[in-house]
Design a protein. Structure first.
Ligand SMILES: Cc1cc2nc3c(=O)[nH]c(=O)nc-3n(C[C@H](O)[C@H](O)[C@H](O)COP(=O)(O)O)c2cc1C
Length: 329
């Protein structure tokens, strides 16, 4: 059976519209601040949630791993205090991101902390193991999986995921290479539940476009790298503000998985030409210091960089996205 027939043969669509609608009612407008390795901080998550969008952070950003519980408690306490003071405009839920890869030795520990603290949303990158679904569902949380193609999306849907996020061409970090115009309708063939769309979304108009295409929410990372609360080197933020889409290159040679980087940051590390010509040398860069070195020393951003024009608080970034979104009613 071809993949296409396989999608069609699922008959009843998987996923729940009610879960999508209930979640969207908790947001001031349909945006998730996506998790970014090193760059996301508890302060960024708190500001995103206070501004009414989902804020998220990779568990791996907490080092040593014991810090993860402190961060989650900090996020919960600050949002609870905010909600008490703002009963008419409560904060949005927050999410913790796990990389479900065999090389992630912390996954068991991090998942236990997330379950103990009853984190409302868990975003899993790569393959989501059943134990994660069970652990999160046991306390009433939701598990979302990011996917870069429909085949992976269908697998996650069949495994019982609550939400899917289509990471399409132009995304920062590990990116897909399929156009959102192709991937969103393919996923909607078999999926009724919450669907996010990521990749180069940096304006409120683009958030609206994601909805028009069939997604429930936009998944936005790069637009928050220049936020005051983001943990990015000043040089990184400055380069981002100066960059446009054509300054972004995509390669799998640094981390083994296709990812987007700013060309000038590769050149600063002497990797510009090597990336094109010397596979082994560049791969060594990723292996020797683990992928952390790649993300710290070579700066990732998606093709939506052109929308970032100034350093400013995350709350202002969200406010601008919302104004632009509202203007395209
Ligand atoms: C610097 C950076 C680091 C990222 N790290 C992660 C990560 O640790 N886990 C993850 O699931 N996605 C990660 N991503 C991908 C984002 O969650 C999301 O898919 C992407 O930012 C959406 O595209 P955009 O950057 O064009 O908005 C990262 C993205 C960036 C820019």
């Amino acid at each position: 059976m071809t993949t296409k027939e396989n999608f069609a043969s699922t008959g009843d669509r998987l996923g729940s519209r009610k879960v999508a609608e209930d979640l969207m009612r908790k947001l001031r407008f349909p945006v998730f601040g996506s998790p970014m390795f090193i760059v996301s901080t508890p302060e960024l998550v708190i500001e995103q949630c206070k501004a009414g969008i989902v804020g998220s952070i990779p568990a791996l950003n907490a080092r040593p791993k014991e810090l993860l519980r402190d961060w989650i408690v900090q996020i919960k306490e600050e949002l609870a205090a905010y909600d008490l003071a703002h009963p008419d405009a409560p904060s949005a839920p927050f999410a913790i991101n796990h990389i479900a890869h065999r090389t992630n030795e912390r996954l068991g520990h991090d998942m236990q902390v997330v379950a103990d603290e009853e984190v409302p949303l868990v975003i899993v990158s790569l393959a989501a193991p059943k134990e994660i679904f069970d652990a999160v569902h046991s306390y009433g949380g939701l598990v979302f999986n990011d996917v870069i193609n429909a085949r992976h999306g269908l697998k996650c849907a069949e495994a019982g995921v609550d939400g899917l996020i289509a990471v399409c061409a132009g995304a920062g970090g590990h990116t897909g290479n399929i156009s959102p115009f192709a991937l969103v309708p393919e996923i909607r063939e078999f999926w009724d539940g919450p669907l996010g769309l990521g990749g180069a979304i940096g304006t409120g108009r683009a958030v609206r476009a994601a909805e028009v295409l069939g997604a429930d929410f936009a998944y936005v990372g790069t637009a928050f790298i220049a936020a005051h609360e983001a943990n990015a080197h000043e040089g990184y933020k400055q380069m981002l503000l100066e960059s446009i889409a054509e300054d972004i290159v995509t390669s799998d040679k640094l981390t083994g998985v296709r990812a987007s980087f700013m060309r000038r940051s590769l050149e600063m590390q002497g990797l510009g030409e090597k990336l094109a010509s010397d596979k082994a040398a560049v791969k060594g860069f990723g292996e020797e210091g683990s992928s952390a070195k790649a993300w710290r020393d070579v700066w990732s951003a998606g093709q939506g960089v052109g929308a970032s024009r100034e350093h400013r608080p995350a709350a202002e970034i969200v406010a601008q996205l919302k104004r632009e979104y509202d203007a395209v009613a």
